[in-house]
Design a protein. Sequence first.
Lengths: 312, 67
Amino acid sequence: VKCRVCRGPAVIDVRRHNANFCGEHFIDHCREQVRRAIDRFEMLSPGERVLVAVSGGKDSLALWDILVDLGYEADGLYLGLGIGEYSDASGDHARAFAATRGLHLVEVDLREDHGFDVPTGAKAARRAPCSACGLSKRHLFNTAALDGGYAAVATGHNLDDEAAVLFGNVLRWNTEYLGRQLPVLPERDGFPRKVKPLVRLTERETAAYCVVRGIDYLVDECPMAAGNRHLAYKEALNDIDVSSPGAKAAFYFEFLDKASHLFTSGTEANQDGLGECTSCGAPTTTEICAFCRLVERAAGAEPVPVRAPRRG
Amino acid sequence: VVQVTLRNPRRVLEVDGPMRVEALLNRLELNRESVLVIRNDTLVPGDAVLDDADEVEIRPVISGGSA
């Protein structure tokens, strides 16, 4: 097959665009998709400082690379989650990427700075590991962005991530979650703006971007997330996309265009009841925020080894 | 033979070349949207032909996925 742009030998086909690309023009394609997402959803303005949530995986490193190439002043934030060898390796990849490109990486370590790790926190709070991890990440991203004076936090959620979450929320008609599933969450008291500039790229495209750019990302995924429900949704959507290329993108973007506005009321109602956490000052609907409650339970608990969760 | 490395769990298969990448993925029952095929650090498109003595990696791209 030949590159759509230069007619040279292609290295990848992108069926939903009915296009093949050589390496150079595939990189251009990825940058253009990110630029269009940023413009279309008014994610960032030129010159704004952005804090990129970096895990060392394909999505976050591709995102950081593209934002820097597009001219944004983008620093990275790496959270040490204490998930055994996985966290050690992910930190190594994030640091190596930052060092080779001369970029600034902010680091926060859950155990060093807050006295627990994800496996321990999950057990102590009787939460699923992904729940304790997500709660910690949201809180620490918010805090780091506000402390550092960044205009926005950028995360590496891609089209597959967003389509899979939408699929799960539609299956159960979780209307409150549907109202929050937007590529941009605007800044409001105590929360920084959150943006997802990769929503126009699939996981296959972000992985391919890293291979073509020579970015050494951590291929292995978190052992605690193995077998989770979203993985099955992603596989189901990819099965549909093989027989109907573009269906996955249409499912997500048509939702944004035609239906997402129908589900916003729950989110707005929640904003009215926000106060300040009496422990850390973060916005919360309760006296003490969920992260501080997690710290209370988990800090000082006996450390729990990393183990893949059993799923029914 | 073509040496094919897969992940999660990591394993190596041998298949007879020449074989098109698409045919290999079909034979392994892998969804082409869920993997990349890499030969010598370079992406290989679906219509490429793998020859004997080629060493390729089939890399999952779904977070937590296998290949």
